[in-house]
Each structure stands twice: as structure tokens, then as C-alpha cells.
Design a protein around this ligand. Structure first.
Ligand code: CP
Length: 316
């Protein structure tokens, strides 16, 4: 209960409840807020590097009064070969009541939840999903569109087209957004070179289409999400970067010509000068820093849900 591994677990009602709780926690008196998870124990288990997700989950937990501990692969017994299951059992024995997991392996959060019985919050698993990112992206989009969390419904985003451009194939952010946004009425357009696009029929499903011409996609989009090429997952796949920039880079000229009013998003980390130029990343249409900011409130809400729903364990 309270776990979040995939956006497939999110009905529009649950997404709405999370967003409303995020609004409430964000504006709550800090001392009141810090009572909510006072002395509850949250473990952050990170097998992959992270700046935004790790820091915001940790700050979110601390803002709610929880005690946190960070276990990262390079400084733990994971380096000696300890399995995910045994690491989870160890954290539970130390009193962890919720585990936030980032893993290079798709599906790892399911295994951890099964072997510990604890609520697991997926902080990104391989090429599978990044559900808290999709929720913070949703909060950013709703603010841009002027839609209140209370109005979230299966048709709330009707008529909105979101283009996601770049390394779709390796992106858990693209998958989570493409699963969540059509359930709220949005159309998602994937754009990028053929080797970086997934087989949609076998994968994502309705409400998602492909447009290889980035400028055509930009012209019909209210929201554009740029993605980094995930060099660490390319596994020998060769991408001509000059050609990539020529066709798929978000630069000032292209954005001004094709999408002068669109919101420009990026989950980060950004590679300036490759998928996006500094002029666009730092420009007036960019929501990149705002996305990061929304991560804190969303992750407070996820932690509050996860721990409110799990009975407080008696500790020595
Ligand atoms: N967006 C995101 O997941 O960033 P980090 O890898 O820095 O957490």
C-alpha cells in the first residue's frame, strides 16, 4: 500500500489525490509539516547516479520529519556483491519503513517490494519507468495550462499535444509520461531518429504517435519535452551528433519559428549544445528549473502516502 512502481498504478483519481496533497504540503506551516512523518525511517537506495531525484526525495522526507539514510552502490556492501534482496532485508531490519530505489535494472522495484514487504517508491528503474518524474512533469504542465489539481480528470488535458523528442528508446521518463498523459486526455508525439524510437505497437499504446519531422511536431505542440541521449545505454548504437543537432536540437531559431509559445521542458540532466542550446534552456519558455522545484512537493506527497498507509512499526 502506498507504493509507486509504475504510472500504470495511477488512476486519474490517485494522481489527483497526490497532486492535491502536494499542494497542501507545499503551503503548510513548516513546523506542522515536520510532524507528519516524525521519526519515521526512509531509506534511499541508489544503484545509479542521480542529482535531482535523490536530493529532492531526501529533502522531501526531511521536510516531513522523517529520518533518512542513503545507501549508494559505490560505498556499500553492494560493491562486495550483496544482492538487492539482501540489501532490502538489511534495511528493513534496521527499521526502514519505506525504500526509494533507483536501479539500472527494469523491474527491480517489484523484486524489492516482494522481498521486503515494504512500500517502494520507484526513483527510476532501467529503461522502464520514472513515475515521480511523470508526476512532477504533470504538475509543471498543469501550472502552465492553468488547470488546478482538483480538476484533474480523464479529459483534463483534452486538446493538448505534448511532443517528447530525443532518445525515446532508452527513456523511462518518456515511457512514464506516455503512459500517464493520454489517460488524462493528452496526445503524446514521440520524435527522434529511427534508432532511438521504440516499437509503439508492442509498447506504449493509445494516445501516442510518432512524427519524425521535429519542426512539424513543434508546430502542433503546446508542450515540448527534450531528452538527453543516454550515452551510458547506447551499447554500440552509433548516433551522428552533427546530424542529430541539425534535425532534433531545440535551438532559438527553431523554437521561435515553430513553437514560440510552447512550454519547453527537460527532465535533466541536460547536455547544453546537444539536444538543447543554452539560449533555450535558460530562456523565457523553459520550465527546466520549475520542474525540479515541483519534484519536492510531489515527493513529499508520495512519501506521506506511502508512510501514512503503512502501519507504524514498533521499534526498539
Ligand atoms: N530527472 C532525473 O531523474 O534526474 P537525476 O538523474 O539527476 O535524478
Amino acid at each position: 500500500p502506498g507504493a509507486l512502481v509504475s504510472v500504470r498504478d495511477l488512476t486519474p483519481e490517485r494522481a489527483r489525490a497526490i497532486l492535491q496533497l502536494a499542494d497542501k504540503l507545499e503551503t503548510q506551516d513548516v513546523f506542522e509539516r515536520a510532524k507528519r512523518l516524525r521519526k519515521r525511517r526512509v531509506a534511499l537506495l541508489f544503484y545509479e547516479s542521480s542529482t535531482r531525484t535523490r536530493t529532492s526525495f531526501e529533502l522531501a522526507a526531511k521536510s516531513l520529519g522523517a529520518d533518512t539514510t542513503l545507501v549508494s552502490a559505490l560505498s556499500s556492501s553492494i560493491e562486495k556483491g550483496e544482492s538487492l534482496k539482501d540489501t532490502g532485508i538489511t534495511l528493513k531490519a534496521l527499521g526502514a519503513e519505506c525504500i526509494i530505489l533507483r536501479s539500472p535494472y527494469s523491474g527491480a522495484p517489484y523484486l524489492l517490494a516482494k522481498s521486503t514487504g515494504l512500500p517502494v517508491l520507484n526513483a527510476g528503474d532501467g529503461m522502464h519507468e520514472h513515475p515521480s518524474q511523470a508526476l512532477l512533469d504533470l504538475r509543471t504542465m498543469l501550472r502552465f495550462l492553468g488547470i488546478k489539481a482538483a480538476k484533474l480528470s480523464p479529459t483534463a488535458l483534452k486538446g493538448v499535444t505534448v511532443t517528447i523528442c530525443g532518445d525515446i528508446l532508452h527513456s523511462r521518463v518518456a515511457r512514464s509520461n506516455a503512459l500517464l498523459l493520454p489517460r488524462l486526455g493528452a496526445q503524446v508525439t514521440f520524435c527522434g531518429p529511427t534508432p532511438l524510437l521504440p516499437d509503439l505497437a508492442a509498447d506504449i499504446g493509445p494516445g501516442v504517435s510518432v512524427e519524425r519531422d521535429f519542426e512539424a511536431a513543434l508546430r502542433r505542440s503546446q508542450i515540448v519535452m527534450m531528452l538527453r541521449i543516454q550515452a551510458e545505454r547506447l551499447a554500440g548504437l552509433k548516433i551522428d551528433l552533427d546530424d542529430y543537432k541539425q534535425h532534433y536540437q531545440a535551438n532559438s531559431e527553431r523554437v521561435a519559428a515553430c513553437a514560440p509559445k510552447a512550454l519547453i521542458m527537460h527532465p535533466g540532466p541536460i547536455i547544453r549544445g546537444l539536444e538543447i542550446t543554452s539560449e533555450v534552456a535558460d530562456g523565457p519558455q523553459s520550465a527546466i528549473a520549475e520542474q525540479v522545484h515541483h519534484g519536492l512537493a510531489i515527493r513529499m506527497a508520495l512519501l506521506a502516502q506511502a508512510l501514512d498507509k503503512s502501519k507504524q512499526r514498533t521499534r526498539a
